[in-house]
Design a protein. Sequence first.
Length: 641
Amino acid sequence: MNAVQAHRGPDGQGVFEDPQREIALGHVRLAILDLSERASQPMVSPAGRYVLVFNGEIYNFPELRDELAADGIGFRSSGDTEVLLRGLEKHGEAFVPRLNGMFAFALWDNDLRELLLARDHLGIKPLYYTEPEPGTLLFASEIKALCAHPRMRREPDFVTLQQHLAFCYASGDRTALKGVRRLAPGTMLKWSARDGTYRVCRYWSPDFSSARNTDFSAAADQLRTSVRSAVARQMISDVPVGSYLSGGLDSSLITLLAAGHAPAEFACYTITYPASDNRLDQMREDAPYARRLARESGLRLKEVEVQANVASLLPLLIRHLDEPIADPAAITCYLISRLAREDGVPVLLSGQGADELFGGYPSYRAVDAARWFDMAPKFVGRAIGRLAGLAPGAYSGRLGATLRRARRLLQELPLPPEKRFLNYCCKSPPHEVRAILHDDFRRELNGADATDECCDHILRSGLSGLDRFLERDLSVYLPNHNLLYTDKMGMAVGLEARVPLLDVDLVNLATRLPAEYKVSRGALKRVLREAARGIVPEEIIRRPKTGFGAPFRKWLRHDLAELWNDLTNDRAVQRRGWFSSSALRSIRSRSQSGRCDLYMLQWAVLTMELWAQQFVDENPAAGDSKPNEPNALERLSLRSA
């Protein structure tokens, strides 16, 4: 299991085994704090009762260490691992909610023969578990490691696969392999070797109770102070720290604050692509903003230019992702992480989390605008939805991009608010997803819709208005998609990604701010933009949302035509038995002709087939199953600005 995920820990490895007590713990180390052997894992408590394996960082460990030291506890190392171990030794499970960090850990109690698993509040670090047979529990940071167990079954979970096709990620704690689950964010699992049973409990949930005693200006001031503190905490490191820099609000804010704490010239990294590749996708060009910010702030900026041949990396990246996450942004995240690691920077700060906390996605604007249509008679919404369906969906240029967004907004108007929001979140319309499925696949679904699980989550939250959608994205979308691919792509090259805007103290402040401080009259992330004033240049504060995207529509339309034909020809589709050949030809021809935009569904189909080849047809833990990184990567253009 250690060998399968050795990329996560290039700086060392260790194993603790006690056959009599039926426990084995493995760890591979990425050394960030206390690089000495004293901080190696598995780490055993002085009396030998507890054994810890831990992935991540505890940012408030200096304060916790001082508190424990005041109680007479001594320390051999200077990092956070020993603080976590001794704190758990003294306080037990009650110590977990006090941690401010990103973590997944396992603590074995030799006396009670019990194992405690815990995952951080927001799910920044991954943690999977499964029972290959009754009474046996496996856990790991990656699914591939679980597959090393000889009794591990690799059967597809079709309900989850349908979610991947619609949303590009899984909606709950299930994964694309049946029986493999994620430990949810803010959750602990306790397993007993005495009877082979376990229980799962939440120790933290986001609080949207809305403390409304603060006016907007005061809230922005509080937020500014909290962001500064979070960035300062997450700069603690015994190795160089840099940042992902898209040139948007979130990454610019984090980068500028971090640079003030850096002991030397601060390094940041961004992505570019040829202008000719962007004619169909019409993504906003970020690089000029990133370059200007770096130049004016004295930052060291390096760029990766992504070209179509980078798609040949897909098999390698999907193996690292563990799940068929169909987001081309994973490619850009991997390339930036690889460049930073080669540059001698093994820690990068990311601006992720801001959109979920402060309302930064266009779907929130769409929900806000659609409220006015709800006041009109229902037949009006139905008529508008039908007319919107006649609009072309795949024209190139800015007109085409605008038509795609407008068409998507108007088509969903007849639906109830929860369903409408989830359809906005879907990368591909659920009815189009169902249309491409083989009859055998549909029978496995037993009537389940891709949005069912998320809809239940929203209703169970008991929230109303925008808060119910913010909570869903914070609890489901963020850990199962953005944070997951960011962790996997960084750790694929032995790089740690940190997310200061998901500092738990900052999150507890942000979730309780009134929804109208976040989204109002079409304005997104209002309070964060106000908090950034005086730190980030005004032109960046005012610019529309941006991010590390990729021109996947152009790739699919032209450069990946051969790959599409190879993976979706009649023989390949019949062999897999998951899709309808005629339906796949339909989504392809309608997209190519400009009648609709179903390129993300095509990307999801390609991703799913490549995933199935590596995780269903073969065992990803087998030594010869790792795809070789293609020579195409060598042709990428790297340059400094």
